[in-house]
Write a protein that binds this ligand. Sequence first.
Ligand code: M6R
Length: 366
Amino acid sequence: EKSGYAHFMLKEIEEQPRAYRDTLGGRIDEQDKSIVFPDMLMGLEQIRDMEQIHLVGCGTAYHAALVGKTIIEQLTRIPVEVDVASEYRYRQPIITKKTLVIAVSQSGETADTLAAITQAKLSGARVLGITNVVGSSVSREADFQLMTWAGPEIAVASTKAYTSQLIALYLLALYIGQSKGSIEQSLRAELIDKLNKLPEQVQSLLANTSQIQRIAEQIAAFKDLYFMGRGLDYMVAMEASLKLKEISYIHSEAYPAGEMKHGSLALIEEGTPIIALATQEHVLEKTISNIREVKARGAYVIGIAFEGNLELAKAADEVIYVPRTDALLAPALSVIPLQLLAYYTALARGNDVDKPRNLAKSVTVE
Ligand code: M6R
């Protein structure tokens, strides 16, 4: 039931603080500032044995997996590869007994993701399923499972499932890191404290949508739009771009900010909207110089940055601010205004937000 909301998508966006809390729930030992996974059953030995990780998923789940790669590599130093499931199955990936394959799927029923699991198991790898549906095919096929507790997601455009997958991947990266001893106790405690703050920070982002509604009205008139960012910002840009095109039918693409001048700058015309994510402050100067490049070609730049980032305010035409957190956790906040932007843009164009044309919620055929 929509419980008074105009659309399931808006209801699901607003449920995110609860979804974050539920996905974190019972998995943090506050005394010890450590991660506990009573439900996952992956033993220490298996973790210590692991030489590489492969993450697979489709669509939004693939985008969550991309964020997963960065955080797992940073916190555990285990090499991680990410594949779209439909590519993984046909590219003869190098899978060994020391590979952990992590399948990410909201529904747990996506045909390509299931096929990737079969392939991984045939090659002797262990499989961990990250799913949102208890008893789904992915959770049954996998050796281990890590549930996201987003609750049923009805809108075709995935929102709370994506962010819950991010939370699950943060917990997993910390868990592997603590089991391997690759992460300092102080950093672990700091990240855990910051994870605990996310639900409240998301709540504050949801409380004020007037700026986003205004920008949505503006961009609804355009045929093309671009997202850009570096590192984790680029991964979120890909998800934001998918969300926007899926429900607004506006053509959009996401680019690594540094790549624009290698070809895509040619697309920029007077007034072309570009959403520039700039939460990754270790590359802020670089991103700002990329913003200058697109502005010089006439782009209208909307920045996404942490509160207090005045440098971006000077470089962009306007900025959507998100509460400050660790750079690694930024995707769990920066995606929220972009989900809302996709929603309000689709609404402004009079589209069927919950059931976009040509798409199904669960893709159970290859
Ligand atoms: O159920 P799954 O997570 O396996 O679904 C994967 C994709 O089909 C799904 O995320 C799709 O890309 C969404 N419609 C995006 O909003």
